[in-house]
Design a protein around this ligand. Structure first.
Ligand SMILES: NC(=O)c1ccc[n+]([C@@H]2O[C@H](COP(=O)([O-])OP(=O)(O)OC[C@H]3O[C@@H](n4cnc5c(N)ncnc54)[C@H](O)[C@@H]3O)[C@@H](O)[C@H]2O)c1
Length: 247
């Protein structure tokens, strides 16, 4: 069967764990060549070192523009054009409104909004005229919810950026879309649940689909949006939340 990203060069950030790792592994299985970037480079090396489809494993703090230039340099060295850019990095502390510090506010915006924007901005000149940006928002981006006001606002900004990239980059042949995952089984989700089985079961009971999402289920959506299978889809957002928001 034809592979969807055969010999296509793609960039995935946050690829050392969770959803980013699942996206990177799925893209590799679909024939892509990858530049992976993450803060926990040792974990990434254990996963990707020796894989002939992994062009570079970069230690990058996605909140630091200088670090993001390591990705640009890596792409330049290949002399190739990019098929897809997937900035996956994101997270945020859980805090009540009155306890949020300016430092936490900036960190959350940097991790989610700044990192996605500048990853894309730096790589636009290297994207092909038939390429795709896939941003990772969250259902938090269109819901309220306690103890996450800055993360919720940051993810709303990420959704918004996908729509703004769309019109401005269309003439370059670049499509832009967002995925809004619901609860997904990753380290970040485990930390969020904090070992509280009752909390976990309560979340599962609110998921019409009956299970917490697997990172591979988000990766399948990213593959669709990154590949030509979605050639008529741009400025869109796919909610992959097991029905949580429409329960
Ligand atoms: N897990 C969920 O339930 C869920 C739901 C909705 C949206 N999301 C979003 O999906 C994305 C991935 O989340 P996850 O749950 O897989 O997270 P995770 O914490 O399991 O993995 C995040 C990865 O990003 C890396 N990373 C963290 N900060 C970084 C930085 N500053 N620079 C470079 N790399 C960094 C980590 O080392 C790790 O490899 C995030 O944007 C998150 O907001 C997750």
């Amino acid at each position: 069967m034809r592979k969807l990203l055969e010999k296509e060069l793609c960039v995935v950030t946050g690829a050392g764990n969770g959803i980013g790792r699942a996206i990177a592994e799925r893209f590799i299985s679909e024939g892509a060549d990858l530049i992976v970037a993450t803060r926990n480079v040792e974990a990434a090396k254990k996963i990707y070192e020796g894989n002939s489809q992994v062009v570079d494993i970069l230690e990058v703090d996605a909140t630091d523009v200088k670090d993001l230039e390591k990705i640009t340099e890596s792409v330049k060295r290949t002399g190739r054009k990019l098929k897809a850019v997937i900035p996956v990095v994101g997270n945020g502390p859980q805090n009540p409104i009155q306890e949020i510090t300016p430092e936490e506010f900036h960190l959350t915006m940097n991790l989610n909004v700044f990192s996605a924007f500048f990853t894309v901005q730096k790589l636009i000149p290297f994207m092909s005229n038939k390429s795709s940006i896939v941003l990772i928002s969250s259902i938090a981006g269109f819901q309220g919810g306690k103890n996450a006001i800055v993360y919720n606002a940051a993810k709303a900004a990420v959704r918004s950026m996908a729509r703004s990239f769309t019109g401005e980059l269309a003439e370059k042949g670049i499509r832009a879309n967002a995925i809004s995952p619901g609860p997904t089984e990753t380290q970040a989700f485990t930390d969020f649940v904090g070992g509280d089985e009752e909390r976990r079961n309560n979340i599962v009971s609110q998921l019409p689909i009956g299970h917490i999402g697997k990172p591979s289920e988000i990766a399948a959506v990213a593959l669709f949006l990154a590949s030509d299978e979605s050639s008529y889809v741009t400025g869109a957002e796919i909610i992959a939340d097991g029905g949580f928001t429409n329960r």
